[in-house]
Design a protein around this ligand. Structure first.
Ligand SMILES: Cc1ncc(COP(=O)(O)O)c(C=O)c1O
Length: 424
């Protein structure tokens, strides 16, 4: 072979190698791109903080599913921007109030809430140009009021008293909205005051219109999460349909605890309309009367009624769940049965899920999972059960997730596995 043909051979093989290298790297680029595409496709941009609420992932809780032989699935509501399931409710309450004219831009939304709903209202109110005033019982975890203040809400911490007392935090919150409306009235054209028909505490249409021009006094709106059915609708139109779609309608049962009852009501109504065969259950913490209501039709004895008890009836470490009165929201629920859960079961469950699944959840979520496991036992293996992870353990550092607090209440967890629910 001549030197020149040698050179040609070398150049030819070099070009072939370069070509193959190009083909190979561009193939690799395409694969990476398409891999990336599968991670982001079907996820269009969402519009602002409000658009980021809802459509939470439905996850399989592996440890509980493996132990029970059921598929135990949970809506990860702690992933909402305001950190809980209540973001959905806050948006729905504010949007309906703005639509009806009971709240105007610049007005103050007031709420009596042990935390989560208030945090959600404080999170979304600025997106609607509104302010937020919150009244909470002073035995709620301190981090909740700290978060509220950091979010720009005004906070009143008050002694926990019965709902029948005029100074129950819910009643104070209602009063604050009325006071804001009176203030708004004083600052608008006096001649318009005669149009004020204060039957329900809200500004009449005429006054309300003028309130928009009354500087900083724009009136108030009491969110009223317990009785306002916007709460139930948030779940009937949001959480329920999402569960249905994410399971392709292949689920056997749903279970959750109730505070206002909005979640169990909205989800159970929606699912049963889709498929009446889907069973819906309540899990109820100590001190709550809802278990009795669902299983026996009566909530409490005369002595146990709210307002008759000497101490706070919610004798439980869990927060946001359990109640001794029938709310308008809970009345919408369609339930097939109920379970009781204990505080220790909830604490053990939260530690079990942290150790086995890396799930750091709050007290109501832990109670929901206790309920899901009890329901799995009742139904037997092979069923798909959906529940809710309402908020994260971050909201519970001073109580439910605090070893010192738990030991003071005799609630130090000690289980190695799920033996506290009779599973190995
Ligand atoms: C953390 C948390 N989980 C669960 C619930 C109960 O949900 P619902 O009010 O929809 O019954 C609440 C209610 O306030 C809550 O704050």
């Amino acid at each position: 072979m001549t030197p020149s043909s040698n050179l040609i051979t070398i150049i030819a093989s070099l070009s072939i190698s370069l070509c193959s290298l190009y083909v190979l790297t561009s193939k690799l680029r395409t694969t990476t791109r398409s891999k990336h595409k599968t991670l982001t496709q079907n996820k269009p941009k969402r519009n602002g903080v409000v658009g980021a609420i809802g459509n939470t992932p439905l996850i399989r809780i592996n440890s509980l599913s493996d132990a029970t032989g059921c598929e135990i699935l949970a809506k990860t509501e702690f992933l909402n921007p305001g950190g809980s399931v209540k973001d959905r409710v806050a948006v729905k309450i504010i949007e309906e109030a703005l639509e009806s004219g009971q709240l105007v831009k610049g007005g103050v939304v007031t709420e009596g809430s042990a935390g989560s709903t208030a945090i959600s209202l404080a999170t979304v109110a600025p997106a609607y140009g509104c302010k937020c005033h919150v009244v909470i019982p002073d035995d709620a975890a301190i981090e909740k009021s700290e978060i509220l203040e950091a979010l720009g809400a005004t906070v009143e911490r008050v002694r926990p008293v019965s709902i029948t007392h005029k100074d129950h935090y819910v009643n104070i919150a209602r009063r604050r909205a009325l006071e804001a409306n009176k203030q708004a009235l004083q600052h608008i054209n006096k001649t318009d005051a005669k149009h004020f028909t204060n039957t329900n505490g809200y500004l009449s249409e005429k006054v309300e219109h003028d309130a928009e021009n009354s500087g900083e006094y724009k009136g108030g709106f009491f969110a009223d999460q317990f009785e306002n059915l916007a709460n139930y609708r948030a779940h009937y139109e949001g959480t329920g349909p999402e569960i249905w779609e994410q399971t392709d309608g292949k689920l056997h049962a749903f279970i959750a605890a109730a505070g206002t009852g909005g979640t169990v009501a909205g989800v159970s109504r929606f699912l049963k309309e889709k498929d009446p065969g889907i069973k819906c259950f309540l899990v109820d913490p100590p001190g709550s009367g809802l278990f009795n209501k669902v299983t026996r039709g009566v909530m409490y004895t005369k002595e146990e009624a709210e307002g008759k008890r000497l101490k706070n009836p919610f004798d439980t470490v869990t927060e946001g769940i359990g109640i001794n009165r029938l709310t308008e929201n809970f009345k919408m629920a369609q339930l097939d049965g109920a379970f009781k859960g204990t505080d220790l079961e909830a604490v053990e469950m939260s530690r079990f899920l942290l150790k086995n699944d890396g799930l750091f959840i709050g007290s109501s979520s832990a109670m929901n999972c206790v309920g899901a496991v009890k329901l799995a036992r009742l139904l037997g293996p092979g069923h798909t059960i959906v529940t809710i992870l309402c908020d994260s353990g971050m909201r519970h550092l001073s109580k439910f997730c605090n070893p010192k607090y738990l030991s003071q209440h005799g609630l130090t967890p000690s289980a190695k596995g799920l033996e506290f629910l009779d599973y190995k």
